[in-house]
Write a protein that binds this ligand. Structure first.
Ligand SMILES: *Cc1c(COP(=O)(O)O)cnc(C)c1O
Length: 397
């Protein structure tokens, strides 16, 4: 029988810590350190360069891609891994623009994560054509998808508020006007059920260090709709996306699969750790995960609002419109979060005033949520955030 949720025994969570930041950096899975040590000693150390073949390193990116694929409703072979999410955004966007050569407009939204917007701006700058990036407010996106749009590029779940776009409706709208659809699943993969194949969207990208627990700097992923792979022109034409890397041909010829979205040498240590991390998802039904996530989030909102009437919910109240995080706005949110962290509740802060709490049903239960609410009550109602030591701003918030 597969274990139900949560599966806390599969993770190393420090004593005395309630971790509501798995939406930013997932926790350490058990076995990850052993796997890394094994790759370092038994594979790299003992087998040296032979390990690319003997230890299966060359196949690892695709194996990991297939495992992620199951969690986002993507068929085997349709997800490539490597690089960082910012790079994968660039690749998807560059390929999508090439698919609509007569159009010049990219639509995103003003709630998108800055790096996605910066990558779009940088790409426009590089190709030096009269492209335009439009960033309407998230609730106005539907109306902004007009007949002149080449590409719609959105992050499904807003990193600040947790507000979730309707993937089906927006993709349909994009296709109705002839635009290409790119979904960023940074806060969706491992957080909410995603049906990539059913959505018919052309591209999706995401990272693996948030809800998938791959560790800091773990590789990103990119999905390409299988019927389009051979039409996709990779903008970053690296040798490992070549059809025959070791033929050392002078001219680029893309692989005849999603592997054409690979660029250079894969990060084997990180991929091995990620593969171990993904084993915690074996047998997890994403509908069960969603039900647990909604239950935890609803319990959290109720507990916090009852105890702290001065905090303002900054996430949609309807759970159907939310991903797997809950945010509260508070003027002194940064200092309050530092006070909570000192008391064992780890969430994070996003400027200007958002305290963010992520819900990861693989390793959280209702007791954690109530204990978190008690700490928030203590910090807010007793003004503990006023202590000057909580007002020193660190580099990472
Ligand atoms: C976390 C996140 C990123 C981060 O990109 P990296 O290249 O992995 O640093 C980008 N976009 C979104 C939407 C994110 O949530």
């Amino acid at each position: 029988m597969t274990p139900s949720l949560p599966r806390k025994d599969l993770f190393e969570i420090p004593d005395g810590v309630i971790y509501l930041d798995g939406n930013s950096l997932g926790v350490l899975p058990k076995g990850a350190a052993e796997r890394a040590t094994q790759v370092i000693n038994d594979e790299w150390g003992a087998q040296l360069i032979k390990a690319w073949n003997t230890a299966g390193w060359m196949a690892l990116p695709q194996q990991v891609g297939d495992t992620i694929g199951r969690l986002i409703g993507a068929p085997a072979g349709s997800v490539a891994t490597g690089d960082t999410l910012s790079i994968k955004v660039y690749q998807a966007l560059a390929a999508a623009l090439k698919m609509r050569p007569d159009r010049r407009v990219i639509v995103s939204d003003s709630g998108n994560f800055p790096s996605d917007l910066y990558m779009a701006q940088g790409l426009i700058d590089t190709i030096d054509k009269d492209y335009e990036l439009r960033t309407p407010a998230p609730q106005d996106v539907m109306d902004a998808i007009t007949e002149d749009v080449a590409v719609v590029m959105l992050t499904q779940v807003d990193y600040r508020s947790g507000r979730m776009h309707d993937m089906q409706a927006i993709t349909q709208r994009a296709h109705a006007v002839g635009a290409v659809m790119i979904w960023d699943l940074a806060h969706s993969a491992g957080a909410v059920p995603v049906d990539m194949a059913g959505s018919q969207a052309e591209f999706a990208v995401g990272c693996s260090y948030k809800y998938l627990n791959g560790g800091p700097g773990a590789p990103a992923f990119i999905y390409v709709r299988p019927d389009l792979v051979l039409d996709v022109k990779p903008a970053l034409a690296g040798w490992l996306g070549h059809d025959a890397p070791f033929a050392m041909e002078l001219d680029y010829r893309p692989a005849m699969s999603t592997e054409r979205m690979r660029v250079g040498t894969p990060p084997i240590l990180q991929l091995a750790v990620l593969q171990q991390a993904l084993s915690a998802w074996d047998g997890v039904d994403m509908q069960d995960l969603r039900a647990a996530s909604v239950a935890l989030s609803e319990c959290f909102i109720q507990e916090v609002e009852t105890r702290c009437p001065t905090l303002t919910l900054a996430s949609p109240r309807d759970p159907n419109l939310r991903g797997s995080q809950v945010s509260f706005a508070f003027e002194h949110g940064y200092a309050a979060m530092q006070a909570m962290i000192e008391r064992g509740l780890i969430g994070d802060f996003r400027a200007p005033n958002i305290m963010r709490f992520g819900f990861t049903p693989l390793y959280l239960d209702e007791k954690d949520v109530v204990a978190a609410a008690e700490i928030i009550e203590d910090v807010i109602n007793n003004d503990l955030w006023r202590d000057p030591k909580y007002h020193v701003v660190s580099r990472v918030t």
